[in-house]
Design a protein. Structure first.
Length: 278
């Protein structure tokens, strides 16, 4: 790292400082994260997080080369992949519009959504349609247990084909959408030929409370039986105003933040959030 880049990095505010600054200024329905869910560790577009270290990068809203400052008000948190795709323009509204309109409601699935688009362009058919067709042909009953077995095997084959058949460009951190599209195709071809679909009873029990149904929902697979809830959908601005109508009315009456906190018992961050919407 050059001395100039090192100085720039050292002058940056911390991830926590950046998240704290925007917390009361941007509605989470306009982002790919929930503020309460480790926002300083997640990519604000795709929701990616790492348990071992912070993978998010501090990304300038207005690039430093265009005069953008190393201050919280000019920084957002993105993973390396999303950072590369972020707009490099002298307009702060563009960054927020890009995050809002390209983020997803499922954490860590953005690259797969992009892979589905690439898949259709390469192979001329929707991946979701093909995986649904394979699932139904192998499991006519389409029960929740069938779903768990299907996606357990799906994941096993995906992992088996990942290392020997693909690689990752330096700095990307994970396979890109076109590579994922190839892998998905290889998995489907293998699933079509598969005749044995058994997993141990112990493993099936482990899967009962896990997220295979969420994956099925994400891919558009219809199964009979109880579904595991999806990631919570952030409240819209109208829903927030309805929920905190008491704060809304007090703000409209001219009450101060400290007065509203005392009267409602709600946090100042919630008051600021409603104030921002109004």
């Amino acid at each position: 790292m050059s001395k100039s880049k090192k100085r720039t990095h050292q002058n940056m505010p911390s991830h926590i400082t950046i998240a704290s600054y925007w917390r009361d200024k941007v509605c989470e329905s306009d982002m790919g994260i929930d503020w309460e869910d480790e926002a300083h560790k997640r990519c604000w577009r795709c929701g990616r997080i790492s348990k071992n270290r912070n993978v998010t990068q501090r990304c300038h809203i207005i690039p430093s080369s265009l005069g953008g400052a190393n201050k919280p008000e000019n920084l957002v948190l993105l993973c390396a992949f999303c950072h590369k795709e972020a707009p490099n323009v002298n307009c702060k509204d563009t960054m927020w519009a890009w995050i809002k309109n390209t983020s997803t409601s499922f954490y860590g699935t953005l690259r797969y959504l992009m892979a589905f688009e690439v898949y259709e362009k390469i192979y001329g058919v929707k991946f979701q349609s093909e995986v649904q067709e394979v699932f139904v042909s192998k499991f006519p009953e389409q029960t929740t247990s069938d779903n768990q077995v299907f996606f357990e095997v799906f994941g096993q084959i995906y992992g088996e084909k990942l290392t020997p058949n693909t690689t990752i460009h330096f700095g990307e951190g994970e396979t890109n959408p076109s590579t994922k599209a190839f892998l998905l195709r290889e998995v489907l071809l293998a699933l079509r030929e598969k005749t044995e679909w058994t997993i141990s009873k112990e493993r099936l029990k482990e899967l009962e409370d896990k997220s295979n149904q969420v994956l099925a929902d994400f891919l558009g697979i219809e199964t009979k039986g109880k579904s595991v809830p999806k990631k919570r959908t952030p409240m819209t601005k109208d829903q927030l105003l309805k929920k905190h109508n008491d704060i809304k009315e007090l703000l409209q009456q001219g009450s101060t933040t400290s007065e509203i906190v005392k009267l409602t018992g709600k946090s100042s961050s919630t008051v600021y959030k409603i104030q921002k919407i109004l």
